[in-house]
Design a protein around this ligand. Structure first.
Ligand code: PLP
Length: 459
């Protein structure tokens, strides 16, 4: 295959994509779960001889779609949708065509400079103060890992990077049990250890108790631990918990600890000023992550980390061997020094296209609709005999259950086997509950309200 063939096949792929998206509503959202059904259709060994693209494309069309859970299906209400607005898909096609690797400014100034401007556009869109700068990661997990590594090194005065962790004091990171498991992963990968992630108790509103945070830090200090930082959640994955950011930051500040705020899915809602009370005080954080690939429609993957001061993270993650230097250009930003991987894709391009093609007003309208429809749906479900709303809408996420765990789990299986909508589960205060998360870029009010119809049919 050469570039002339690529041009022709790209047109075929675009037609295929159009047909795929146009018919999504007719397809079951979740893939049928028969392990091995796809892999056994693939030859066990790679081909020795080249094959025609015609055959490869035909096999793709035959084998892959039946094994897909359709993330762009308008009735996808599971997890949080990884959206892909058409304008962002177009930008991804261009980024693929360019195939630039923007590890340092010199390896494509446009990649770095568009990223700088897009991070600043988003800072303004979310109402964050002018001092914040930032970078784009693949995922919130990587951003949180970067923040935790920085907490570790700042606490150790960068001795961990130099000498390793053995012989260092035991570090402590604080978060509530409502924060995402990416925080647990970060403390493991950072060598801090799961046992040193202190799960601070939450109050009735599911916010971390600031007093309990202060108590845990003081007790740890007295016991000889080295507190290193606090991770707060603004929109937990399970049921949408929000820590009281200002109060918790005040405690962290009083103890000299940096704060990272995980707003992976809910952060996008802050483009709507009326939701900003939910993370009031966030401007006091050292680091904030949110995923435009969730509610803003930028195609996966695209996770933005804002930093009040990038210097500690650059000191933690940045290396500049001779082969990565830009001759005579000390003033430029080399984003690999802000992140774990060296290589980086041109992710900012899809932000540029998406923000311009829909405008902040268009994006706000979607988010406001999702929040409104989520409330309407929760009210409709509450009318169905036997259905109990367990946690009310936190922005566009709520949970419901039947009389007991077994009945709830069985209902969820029936819903997802039925295929008209896709929902997932969590545990809340010990009980098995069904999550409904509205956030798919193309969903309509009818799509959202169809969940009530499906539940009525299957209960
Ligand atoms: N934090 C929260 C609150 C999330 O909801 C998620 C994923 O859904 C993550 C972190 C992890 O996101 P990512 O897949 O970008 O690593």
């Amino acid at each position: 295959m050469n570039h002339d063939d690529l041009r022709d096949w790209s047109k075929r792929a675009a037609d295929w994509a159009h047909g795929y998206h146009a018919t999504l509503r007719d397809k079951p959202v979740r893939a049928p779960l028969i392990p091995g059904a796809i892999s056994r259709q693939l030859p066990p060994a790679p081909p020795e001889a080249a094959e025609p693209i015609e055959a490869i494309f035909a096999d793709f069309d035959r084998i892959v779609p039946p094994g897909l859970t359709h993330w762009q299906h308008p009735r996808f209400f599971a997890y949080f949708p990884a959206n892909a607005a058409p304008a962002s898909m177009l930008a991804e096609q261009l980024a693929n065509a360019i195939a630039a690797q923007g590890m340092i400014w010199q390896t494509s100034p446009a990649v770095t400079e568009v990223e700088q401007v897009m991070v600043d556009w988003l800072r303004q869109a979310l109402g964050l103060p002018a001092g914040f700068t930032g970078t784009i990661h693949d995922s919130a997990t990587t951003a949180t890992l970067s923040a935790v590594l920085t907490m570790r090194e700042a606490a150790l005065d960068w001795a961990g990077n130099r000498d390793g962790l053995s012989g260092q004091p035991r570090l402590r990171i604080y978060a509530s049990a409502e924060t995402h498991s990416s925080v647990d992963k970060a403390v493991r990968v950072a060598g801090i250890g799961q046992e040193n992630l202190v799960k601070v108790p939450t109050d009735m509103t599911l916010s971390m108790k600031p007093g309990a945070l202060a108590g845990a830090i003081a007790a740890d200090r007295a016991a000889g631990y080295l507190p290193a930082g606090v991770v707060l959640c603004a929109g937990g994955t399970s049921v949408g918990a929000f820590d009281r950011i200002a109060d918790c930051i005040a405690v962290a500040r009083a103890h000299g600890l940096p704060v990272h705020v995980d707003a992976a899915w809910a952060g996008s809602a802050m483009i709507c000023p009326e939701f900003r009370d939910l993370w009031a005080g966030v401007e006091g954080a050292e680091s904030i992550v949110f995923n435009p690939h969730k509610w803003l429609g930028a195609q996966f993957d695209c996770s933005v980390q804002f930093l009040a001061n990038p210097a500690p993270q650059i000191r933690t993650l940045g290396l500049r061997p001779t082969y990565l230097q830009t001759a005579g250009r000390e003033e430029v930003v080399n984003f690999n020094e802000w992140t774990v991987p060296l290589g980086r894709r041109f992710r900012a391009l899809k932000l540029w296209f998406t923000l311009r093609a829909y405008g902040l007003e268009g994006l706000r309208a979607r988010i406001r609709n999702h929040v409104t429809w989520s409330r309407e749906l929760a009210a409709a479900l509450a009318q169905i005999p036997g259905v109990r709303i367990v946690t009310g809408p936190a922005l566009s996420l709520f949970t419901f259950a039947l009389e007991d765990d077994a009945a709830t789990e069985a209902l969820l299986s029936r819903i997802n086997d039925d295929g008209r909508v896709y929902l997932t589960q969590t545990r809340h205060q010990g009980a098995y509950v069904i999550r409904v998360q509205v956030g798919q870029f193309d969903c309509t009010r009818d799509d959202v309200m169809s969940v009530a119809e499906v539940v009525k049919d299957l209960i």
